[in-house]
Design a protein around this ligand. Structure first.
Ligand code: SAM
Length: 305
């Protein structure tokens, strides 16, 4: 596969490079903002699960005008620096990371918390949905400590079997909860975004890091909410038919007449997990599978059974 084939198959990947975004995800946040005006009046924001940093790029460009905004970005992975963005490397489900984030907003709360976190997908849908829900709840827990009243929380959500339970929990804290699907998010993916506006915790609610928002023992009856307890939130698609369709392949010369020119990634990964394999391969030292038929007879004979 040539280096241009991904540009052809994934128009948002290509446009991200051409527009200087570190990842195609930038378009998801931009399309969510077009629909919900997320950045209006925002000067302080938290970007959870931020690497490689395209949402942080969008936030630092859009909020507070002329770089006066304050963005704190957090991820497990190291992220190349971005001007005006304070970075924390850590796991958002860990108490120590949560505390570090919260201390930046003491006395000066945030207007917006976003979380585009995704676990390493296993392909086992129940496990993936559960992991995703845990990330979202960890993000929500942090949001309850740093958001100002009326603030906004946007988080990636997998629209799986138990999603109504999550909507119910979000509705406890926000006056409006919607499920949004930006046009740049593939139809084939169960990913969507919970857009929660109007932070308004219940009277007397005291954020507490020692108590997770979700009791980890899933109660099967509570999990199957129905009747009056079942919350169905509105589903909104963001970006109209004039936006590119993320599930389509496009010819390399776009319809606006612009001529195709390959653009390298804006920010190559700084320490990708495959780096060691690449170095070994370059040195010709990448281990190859040893098949018995390739071994000299004497070695095969002495191999343990
Ligand atoms: N919004 C990002 C952007 O625009 O560049 C892309 C985020 S990427 C889809 C998902 C990120 O979630 C990964 O960088 C991953 O390291 C991070 N992540 C997953 N689990 C995490 C955790 N427990 N704590 C912090 N980050 C986590």
């Amino acid at each position: 596969m040539g280096r241009t084939s991904k540009d052809k198959r994934d128009v948002y990947y290509r446009l991200a490079k051409e527009n200087g975004w570190r990842a195609r995800s930038a378009f998801k946040l931009l399309q969510l903002d077009e629909e919900f005006q997320l950045f209006q009046g925002v000067t302080r924001a938290v970007d959870l699960c931020a690497a490689p940093g395209s949402w942080s790029q969008v936030l630092s460009q859009k909020i507070g005008g002329q770089g006066s905004g304050h963005v704190v970005a957090v991820d497990l992975q190291a992220m190349a620096p971005l001007p005006g963005v304070l970075q924390i490397q850590g796991d958002i489900t860990q108490l120590s990371t949560a505390k570090e984030i919260i201390q930046h907003f003491e006395g000066c709360p945030a207007d917006l918390v976003v979380c585009d976190g995704a676990p390493d997908v296993t392909g086992l849908h129940d496990v993936d949905e559960y992991m995703q829900a845990q990330l979202l709840l960890a993000a929500l827990n942090i949001a309850t400590h740093v958001l100002k009243p009326g603030g906004c929380f946007v988080a990636k959500i997998f629209r799986g079997r138990d999603v109504t339970l999550i909507y119910s929990q979000l509705r406890v804290f926000f006056s409006s909860v919607l499920c949004a699907k930006p046009r740049s998010s593939r139809n084939s993916s169960i990913e969507a975004f919970a857009v929660c506006q109007g932070y308004d915790p219940p009277a007397g609610f005291l954020p507490d890091l020692t108590k997770p928002l979700l009791d980890h023992s899933y109660d099967p009856d509570f999990n199957q909410l129905d009747g009056p307890t079942r919350i169905i939130v509105p589903f909104v698609t963001c970006g109209d038919l004039s936006s590119y369709d993320s599930d389509r392949s496009y010819p390399l010369d776009l319809e606006d007449g612009s001529e195709y020119k390959y653009t390298p990634p804006t920010q190559p990964p700084i320490s990708p997990p495959y780096q060691e394999a690449c170095t070994l391969k370059k040195k010709g030292r990448l281990a190859k599978e040893i098949r018995p038929q390739d071994c000299p007879i004497s070695t095969v004979d002495s191999m343990p059974q």
